[in-house]
Design a binder for this molecule. Structure first.
Ligand code: NAD
Length: 334
């Protein structure tokens, strides 16, 4: 059996996911939800999507009565994830939602609750959790190859263009670089170290207040404390191109990855040698694994559910709080 997926939001990333899904063995694109009729007809032709599986943002609640769609993959601007996920859950369909799962922890919690109450799964598009070299570093860490983990560095950024895009609009993005790209270092610190941060300090710098308006962060440096004195140091920015590097160090060795979260191939090495697992399109592996998680209830070694997305939102809320207060802030994940 295949997971039959409808994509909501036929923008640049939705297009990438749809193309990657053509190589999937367990997931299939069968429907679309879009506000642009011409995109719908293009996608219908390209992916052989029947008229009855096409919806717009006004009428997609009717997906409830469509037995041929199992899950909706929400790939719209950040602020829409929460209201759209609640509607998909109410329609009784599984929710796959892009990162950031929502704008803040309050919204994230409501999404987790709504999906639980509706009896549907909620997964977040954290594709790195399925990437082979990333999984190899995690496997090595769990096997003790790096000794006791002591330090992680995460650098996440790109130079953002068009100042009129939704990513630079606080109402649609919920923030700036942190919501969009800094989240990779937040989530990465957790999966690379294999623990949850207890506190954070953070500092913001802004060189262009015209492009990066109030509430839209350009650059934030942040530091986490983990149990046992483990520390992490991270940078989130919209002002440096191709900033994409993870570094993990323990008492016995290290792993470094650059690029570490881009579309790949992920490259890097450990003190034992190069990371050389073959590259497979991330979104292909992600959607096949998500199909297994949803259809077969396979949750082994996967940290991409709503609870995980919510943890990142709690941490990001606390980073913004630490930027404002200038103090070390406690992270309350419980
Ligand atoms: P995009 O601007 O290319 O596409 C967004 C789509 O949403 C467009 O088709 C647009 O028409 C549609 N849309 C619907 N309602 C809208 C509204 N009110 N305002 C603006 N657009 C509206 O953006 P994208 O790069 O595809 O990003 C979409 C989501 O995917 C974001 O949440 C982003 O963080 C996430 N994303 C994830 C990855 C990843 O690697 N996991 C990569 C890129 C983007």
């Amino acid at each position: 059996t295949m997971l039959r997926v409808a994509i909501m939001g036929l923008g640049s990333y939705g297009t990438r996911v749809a193309e990657a899904m053509e190589a999937c063995k367990k997931a299939k694109l069968v429907g679309v939800i879009s506000g642009t009729p011409s995109k719908i007809t293009d996608w219908q032709a390209k992916y052989d999507i029947p008229e009855k599986n096409c919806y717009n943002y006004e009428n997609f609640d009717a997906i409830r009565d469509n037995p041929d769609i199992d899950a909706v993959y929400i790939i719209t601007p950040n602020a829409l994830h929460h209201p759209q996920a609640l509607r998909v859950a109410a329609a009784g369909k599984h929710v796959i939602c892009e990162k950031p799962m929502a704008l803040n922890a309050k919204e994230g919690r409501e999404m987790v609750e709504a999906c639980k109450n509706a009896g549907v799964k909620l997964l977040v598009g954290y594709r790195m959790h399925f990437e082979a070299n990333t999984l190899e570093v995690i496997r090595m860490r769990e096997a003790g190859a790096f000794g006791e983990i002591k330090f992680f560095q995460g650098l996440s950024g790109f130079r953002i263009g068009d100042p009129t895009q939704w990513r630079l609009d606080k109402a649609l993005a919920g923030g700036g670089a942190m919501m969009d790209i800094g989240i990779y270092s937040v989530n990465g610190a957790r999966y690379m170290i294999g623990a949850e941060p207890e506190w954070v300090t953070a500092q913001e710098t802004k060189t262009d207040p015209v492009k990066f308006k109030e509430g839209v962060d350009e650059t934030i440096m942040f530091q986490f404390g983990f149990p046992g004195g483990v520390v992490a140091s991270c940078l989130s920015t919209y002002s440096m191109s191709n900033l994409d590097r993870f570094f993990l160090n323990g008492t016995e060795g290290f792993a470094e990855m650059q690029p570490s979260t881009g579309y790949g191939p992920i490259k890097g090495k450990t003190h034992k040698g190069p990371l050389d697992k073959p590259h497979i399109t991330h979104q292909t592996v992600q959607m096949d694994r998500m199909a297994e998680i949803i259809l077969e209830g396979d949750t082994a070694k996967v940290a991409v559910d709503g609870e995980e997305g919510l943890k990142d939102l709690i941490i990001i809320d606390t980073i913004y709080k630490a930027v404002k207060s200038g103090r070390k802030e406690k992270i309350k994940l419980g």
